[in-house]
Design a protein around this ligand. Structure first.
Ligand SMILES: Cc1cc2nc3c(=O)[nH]c(=O)nc-3n(C[C@H](O)[C@H](O)[C@H](O)COP(=O)(O)OP(=O)(O)OC[C@H]3O[C@@H](n4cnc5c(N)ncnc54)[C@H](O)[C@@H]3O)c2cc1C
Length: 371
């Protein structure tokens, strides 16, 4: 029922709206977004990951991945599922924040009055091993922390009302703290970094930026532990978008192959093409079932560290391979901006690196396997 509701919303509200936007549009203009969000809210499609007591839908992890799969099935879907219609969830670490901090920063996101917040971990010194690589310095000075240094590759940073930034207050893993950085803080500047994806992340530069002590999330030095608690669920969710997109691409490739004339027959008559489609179908089924299994086990309260890594790694790798084959089946048209395929291809390339690259997931799986 949930899947059908999202599918109907995508068909009646999202696809017609998206058709009028440029191929590489990154998000909806605010006025249009608010109208779309209001429609989604009326259907109960709102803040899916947020518990009901805070005004969210409080879906199970399995419910969340099903919504995420369907919401990704639009041209912008890899990074703007359902064009942002289903509202923002605050960064997960906020659920560990004290009530007054939650009310001030997280609640407006859930209520739809503040923008999505960014999360800034990676730096030029590396993203895979942040416990070692984070160098952005935070030094206590009275009732403020003074931040100096730079973050890299932070998505959606410039226009956000606030973001979560990880900085170093001491040595090693226990020396990382987590701060809320508000828009307009003097000394914080944003610089666009162009990448192959359909949107540009930002370098966030801190030059003696003073952050109130009240904006420290949790205790000083506990930032890394705070983030790690939520990393695993993020990884399960992360595979859902690519899997939804790969399904959409495969459906397009089947339709195209049945329609396209070649060598006196249809493309779909050729066994070489059929086998490409079959590879896609089998990988897609495997990816989806691995993701559902991880989500289901998470809902049962099991330890899903390995399930999440397997799901993230296999799902994002399979989706990228599927996109590549579907573009090949479409020929030159697949590479053009007449279709969403080439945009999805660029966006899914990023997904193999984000939220713990494929190699990082392999490290997690190998560690458990050999333990
Ligand atoms: C479009 C985009 C948006 C992004 N958004 C954000 C964001 O919002 N917030 C944020 O904090 N970051 C963001 N990132 C950064 C992303 O999380 C990092 O790029 C990623 O974590 C990898 O870090 P790195 O690029 O520094 O590569 P490195 O950590 O330097 O790794 C380089 C390569 O080595 C591999 N590798 C690492 N360790 C091992 C190992 N032990 N064995 C084998 N291979 C290994 C990696 O998988 C990778 O392929 C974004 C990146 C992009 C491109």
């Amino acid at each position: 029922m949930l899947r059908d509701t999202v599918r109907r919303f995508m068909a009646t509200e999202v696809h017609p709206l998206e058709a009028s936007l440029p191929h590489d549009a990154a998000g909806l203009p605010r006025e249009q977004l608010l109208v779309l969000q209001e429609k989604a809210r009326k259907l109960g499609l709102w803040a899916m990951q947020t518990p009901v007591e805070y005004g969210g839908a409080g879906l199970s992890v399995l419910g969340q991945v099903i919504v995420a799969e369907e919401a990704a099935k639009c041209r912008m879907g890899a990074f703007f599922p359902a064009l942002g219609a289903f509202g923002g969830n605050p960064p997960n670490v906020m659920f560990k924040a004290p009530p007054e901090q939650f009310a001030k920063f997280a609640q407006p996101i859930i209520d739809g009055t503040a923008t999505k917040a960014y999360t800034s971990i990676s730096e030029a010194s590396g993203g895979s091993d942040p416990a070692r690589a984070i160098q952005l310095k935070a030094v206590r000075d009275g009732d403020h922390y003074v931040l100096n240094g730079s973050k890299m590759w932070t998505s959606h940073a410039e226009n956000a009302d606030w973001g979560v930034v990880y900085a170093r207050t001491g040595e090693g893993r226990g020396g990382i703290s987590c701060f809320i950085v508000e828009k307009g803080t003097p000394g914080v500047s944003f610089h666009r970094i162009n990448v192959m994806a359909s949107f540009a992340p930002f370098e966030v530069h801190f030059d003696n930026a003073r952050i109130p002590v009240g904006n420290l999330i949790g205790e000083e030095g506990k930032g890394f532990a705070l983030a790690s608690d939520f990393l695993i669920y993020g990884r399960i969710m992360y595979a859902a978008g690519p899997i939804g997109i790969a399904q959409e691409a495969l459906d397009m490739a089947c339709r195209w192959a049945k329609d396209r004339d070649v060598f006196g027959g249809k493309l779909s008559d050729k066994q070489g093409i059929q086998w490409m489609l079959v590879e896609c179908e089998v990988e897609l089924r495997a990816a989806r079932l691995l993701m559902y299994q991880a989500a289901w086990n998470a809902d049962l309260g099991k330890d899903v560290k390995v399930d999440a890594s397997v799901s993230k790694m296999y799902g994002t790798e399979a989706a990228f391979k599927i996109l590549d084959r579907c573009i090949q089946i479409h020929g030159a048209l697949g590479l053009s901006d007449e279709l969403p395929l080439e945009r999805w291809y660029r966006d899914l390339r990023v997904k193999r690196l984000g939220e713990g690259a494929t190699e990082v997931q392999r490290v997690v799986i190998a560690r458990e396997l050999l333990r």
